[in-house]
Ligand binder design. Structure first.
Ligand code: GLN
Length: 538
C-alpha cells in the first residue's frame, strides 16, 4: 500500500504548493522511492480545458490526452512521472461522476450526499492513483477556509483515519509575512490557518513556512508550540531564485528526512548529483541568448509556463541563459516586425486560439523567414508559418485557416471533422500523444536522433493535404507525418539557418535533466545567429 502525503495551503493562494509537491516528489525519488503526484482542484469546471489562459494559466496536456492543471507540468519536470487523467481531479469531475452514478441508479434510491458519496468518490480517486507507488503525494488546491475545498479536505481526513497516521501525513504550506514597518516576521496568520485546519479535524504534521527571510529557531519553536507541530517539522521555505533550487533547499531543512521518519520508510541515501549539476549550469551560464515569444497572453506569463521552462532547459543544454522577450502580436501587426523584434536572436510563435493577433504572428514568421532568423513555430505557430509561406512563396494570397476565415478560397488549415468527412471527433480537439514519423536527414531527425517520435497535441485544425503538393513544390519541406499518412506534423524550410514548425506541443515533454531536442537545437541556432551579430535592429 502507498503511503500518503497530503499538501494543503493556508493564508493566501499562490504560495507555490505545486512546486512544493513537485520538490517533495523529487526528494523522495532521489532516495529511491516510487512516487505519484496528484492534484485535486476545488473548482466546478470538469477540467481546465475550456478555461481562459488569463484566469487559469496554461492547460497542461498529458500523454493520454487529459487537459489538466499546470501544476502537473511541475510534477513531470521535477520527477519521472508521466501523468495521466487520474493525476488531476476537479470538484466538477467528482460531482459529475457521482451524479452519473445516481442517474444510473447505482445508489439504489439512497439519498446522495457530500458525506459519504462525494468523499468516497474522492477517496477512490486518490487510492486508485496511489496504487503501485511507494508514496502518493496529493496536493489539495485552494486555501484552507474556502467552502469549495471542504469535501477534499474531509476525504483526506477520513483517509488518514482509515490508513493510520503512520501511513499518511499532512503538510500545510503557509505564509510568514515580513512587516516592513516594524521589521518583523509574523506568525499569527499561520496560527489562524492551522486553527482553521484543526477545526475540520486535520492536524498538520509538517509546516512549510513560505517567507522572505529565514525563520529563526525560537520562532520555529513558537510556531510549533501554537500549532501543535514538533519544532523540527517547522520548515522554512524561503524564496529562492530558481524553482529548481527548491528541492535542495527543502533537503537542507531536513524535510525529506522528517517525512521518511514520520512515514516509517527506510532512509535510503539521497542522490541528487545530476540535479545539482543542472542547477550549477543554470546559475552560471557561459553567455546569454534572447528569444522573442510572439503571443497574445504575454501579460500573464503563467499561460506559457511549460514553454518558458523548456527554453530554460534548452538553454542549459547549450550552457546558455535564455532571456525571453515577450512580444504582443498585435504590436507587430500595428508597428511592423522590426521594432518589437529588435534585439532578439530567435523567434518563437507558440500555440494559441482565436483570431486576435494572428496577422501579427504571420508577420513575425515572414520576418524570420526573410531575415533568416531562427524560427520555431509551435501548433498555431506552425500553422501560421505554413500560411505565410503559402501566401508569400506559393502565391496563394488568400491562404488561411478556416479558424480565421471560414470562407477562405485557400483553406490551408481546416478542421479535423471536415478532413475525416465524419463527425467522429465531434469537431473537438486532437488531444494527447500521437506518433510521428520523421524524414531522414531532416532538421527534426537531426534533433531527435530518431525517426519515430511521439508528441502531445491540442488543436482542432489540421494541414489540408490538398495543398501538400503546391507547397512542397514551392519549397516547404514536410518532415514529420503521422504513421497513417493522414496528418502533417512538422514543416521545415531549407536555405534557412533553422526554421521549423510542429503541429504538436514539444514544451510539455521537456525536463531539466532531459531537455527537449527541438528546444535545444532552436536555442543553439539562435545563439549561432547572435554570434553572427545578426540581431534584429530597429
Ligand atoms: N487554434 C489552433 C487549432 O485549434 C491552434 C491550437 C494551438 O495552438 N494549440 O488548431
Amino acid at each position: 500500500m502507498a503511503k500518503y502525503i497530503f499538501i494543503t495551503g493556508g493564508v493566501v493562494s499562490s504560495l507555490g504548493k505545486g512546486i512544493a509537491a513537485a520538490s517533495i516528489g523529487r526528494l523522495l525519488e532521489s532516495r529511491g522511492f516510487k512516487v505519484s503526484i496528484q492534484k485535486l482542484d476545488p473548482y466546478i469546471n470538469v477540467d481546465p480545458g475550456t478555461m481562459s489562459p488569463f484566469q487559469h494559466g496554461e492547460v497542461f496536456v498529458t500523454d493520454d490526452g487529459a487537459e489538466t492543471d499546470l501544476d502537473l507540468g511541475h510534477y513531470e519536470r521535477f520527477t519521472s512521472q508521466i501523468s495521466g487523467r487520474g493525476n488531476n481531479y476537479t470538484a466538477g469531475r467528482i460531482y459529475l461522476q457521482v451524479i452519473e452514478k445516481e442517474r444510473r441508479g447505482d445508489y439504489l434510491g439512497g439519498t446522495v450526499q457530500v458525506i459519504p458519496h462525494i468523499t468516497n468518490e474522492i477517496k477512490d480517486a486518490v487510492k486508485a492513483q496511489g496504487r503501485g507507488a511507494d508514496v502518493a503525494i496529493v496536493e489539495i488546491g485552494g486555501t484552507v477556509g474556502d467552502i469549495e475545498s471542504l469535501p477534499f479536505l474531509e476525504a483526506a481526513r477520513q483517509l488518514q483515519l482509515e490508513v493510520g497516521r503512520a501511513n499518511a501525513v499532512f503538510i500545510h504550506l503557509t505564509l510568514i509575512p515580513f512587516i516592513r514597518a516594524s521589521h518583523e516576521l509574523k506568525t499569527k496568520p499561520t496560527q489562524h490557518s492551522v486553527k482553521e485546519l484543526r477545526s475540520i479535524g486535520i492536524q498538520p504534521d509538517i509546516l512549510l513556512c513560505r517567507t522572505e527571510y529565514p525563520v529563526p529557531r525560537d520562532m520555529k519553536a513558537k510556531i510549533g508550540l501554537f500549532c501543535n507541530v514538533s519544532e523540527e517539522a517547522v520548515i522554512t521555505a524561503k524564496d529562492v531564485e530558481h524553482i529548481y533550487e527548491v528541492p535542495l533547499y527543502f533537503a537542507q531543512e531536513g524535510l525529506d528526512y522528517i517525512l521518511l521518519k514520520y512515514l516509517g520508510l527506510p532512509l535510503h541515501e539521497r542522490r541528487m548529483e545530476k540535479w545539482e549539476e543542472f542547477l550549477e549550469k543554470l546559475k552560471h551560464p557561459e553567455d546569454m541568448v534572447t528569444i522573442g515569444i510572439v503571443g497574445k497572453y504575454t501579460q500573464y506569463e503563467d499561460s506559457y509556463k511549460s514553454l518558458r521552462e523548456a527554453l530554460i532547459h534548452g538553454g542549459v543544454a547549450n550552457r546558455l541563459g535564455v532571456r525571453i522577450k515577450w512580444i504582443e502580436a498585435e504590436d507587430i501587426d500595428r508597428e511592423g516586425p522590426a521594432g518589437p523584434l529588435a534585439g532578439v536572436h530567435g523567434i518563437l510563435v507558440p500555440g494559441g486560439f482565436g483570431e486576435r493577433g494572428v496577422e501579427g504572428k504571420i508577420k513575425a514568421a515572414a520576418f524570420a523567414r526573410q531575415q533568416k532568423i531562427p524560427y520555431f513555430g509551435i501548433c498555431l505557430g506552425m500553422q501560421l508559418a505554413s500560411i505565410e509561406f503559402a501566401r508569400s512563396v506559393a502565391k496563394l494570397e488568400t491562404a488561411n485557416s478556416t479558424e480565421f476565415d471560414p470562407q477562405s478560397p485557400h483553406p490551408v488549415f481546416y478542421k479535423l471533422r471536415d478532413l475525416l468527412g465524419d463527425d467522429t471527433y465531434g469537431g473537438n480537439m486532437r488531444l494527447g500523444r500521437c506518433a510521428c514519423v520523421l524524414t531522414e536527414g531532416s532538421r527534426a531527425h537531426a534533433a531527435y536522433g530518431d525517426l519515430q517520435i511521439g508528441e502531445r497535441h491540442r488543436h482542432r485544425y489540421e494541414f489540408n493535404k490538398a495543398y501538400l503538393e503546391p507547397l512542397k513544390a514551392a519549397g516547404l519541406e514536410v518532415t514529420g507525418i503521422s504513421p497513417d499518412g493522414k496528418f502533417v506534423e512538422i514543416v521545415e524550410l531549407k536555405d534557412h539557418p533553422w526554421f521549423l514548425g510542429c503541429q504538436f506541443h514539444p514544451e510539455f515533454k521537456s525536463r531539466p535533466l532531459n531537455p527537449h531536442p527541438l528546444f535545444r537545437d532552436f536555442v543553439k541556432a539562435s545563439y549561432a545567429n547572435k554570434a553572427k551579430g545578426e540581431t534584429v535592429r530597429a
